[in-house]
Design a protein around this ligand. Sequence first.
Ligand SMILES: [Zn+2]
Length: 423
Amino acid sequence: MILLKNGMVYLSNDKKIIKADVLIEKKVIKKIAPSIDEKNAEVIDCAGMHIFPGFVDMHCHLREPGYTYKEDIASGAASAAKGGFTSICCMPNTKPAIDNLSTLDYIMRKARDVGKTKIFVIGAMSKGIEGKEIANIATLVKGGVVGLSDDGNCIQVAKLQLNVMRYASIYDIPMICHSEDYSLSGDGQVNYGYMSTKLGLPGIPTLAEESMVSRDIMLADVTGSRVHIAHASTKRTVELIRQAKKDGIKVTAEVTPHHLVLNENACDGFDTNTKMKPPLRSEEDRKSLLEGLLDGTIDVIATDHAPHSDYEKELEFMKAPFGVIGFESAFPVLYTTFVKTDLIKLEELIDRMTSKPANIINKEVGELKEGAAADLNVFNLDESFTFDESEILSKSKNSPFIGMNMWGKIYYTMCDGKFTWKV
Ligand SMILES: [Zn+2]
């Protein structure tokens, strides 16, 4: 047994933080109470620390199989654990893509062997995520995928997307849509507008995202399927989702920490760690994302952890791949930027990183309550540190937050009652 004493504990049922002890027996949270005495337990003093439910990330890339020089299931799981995550969902743009049972089984088996975090798998919408033919959705769903996505790609042909959604509406499973019209985004590198002009780079207009968001909302309306808009980045995307929710369409959405914290000005200086899809947008867009998160239009914060190796990111801006890592910085960046400045309540931030994503993928994870799996993390919110490249556990170091001073140092992560990260 393990007894966490005197922590500030977030209770998932009440969305409230109280001072309490937490007793863990085997894989389960046995008891949460103001004071617990248990002679046989290993006691860990958590005075001055916060105990949260393990974070749930519904959007990440583990790169295995196919690109293990960027990340693999073991390094990704270790990185997630160090960020306080106990459940993560990996996207299907691996090689081969996760459009078949053998790749799905391989990942699920490997994840169980590694054991550092619960790994759920998102299956492909189209075969090979090529946007040409519908994937074998029934097989993938039976195999245990928790969502469908061609993330990294976006199905351009509306008729195919309609068929995917019609098919998926049979199952209670979200369609996770990376919304991008390639005829509009073209070879764009950064947000279209001031920054693309200043840097002399081709721009990605907000319309490339918004036109697809609007299409997919309409298709969701027609088919009755559940649509989840991945990494929302523009003001009009937020408005479209807000209206769709009012209209009773089954739509949910996520935003990433980097889109919430940074704007396109971060790209000034050609740092390829600021190159991602969708691109960092204007300050007006960023503010709308925050507003959308606060009023519930945007349900979830997801990392979109997208590792790329040094030699890929050290190319000139035009040639470097899109994407940034996110597990190890997500909570401290959000806590520092929004909770310490009173823009977001701590309880609200935890909710958006635990129960909300768990509900969308329909899994009973990320809950701190008696009887639930012992998935949790322990942070000292009064301790600051510099986000240092040498301490990153991901195989890749492509983070725009390297060098940033952050509050909220993680001490422990526990998954199914086992420590998966310890300082
Ligand atoms: Zn994406």
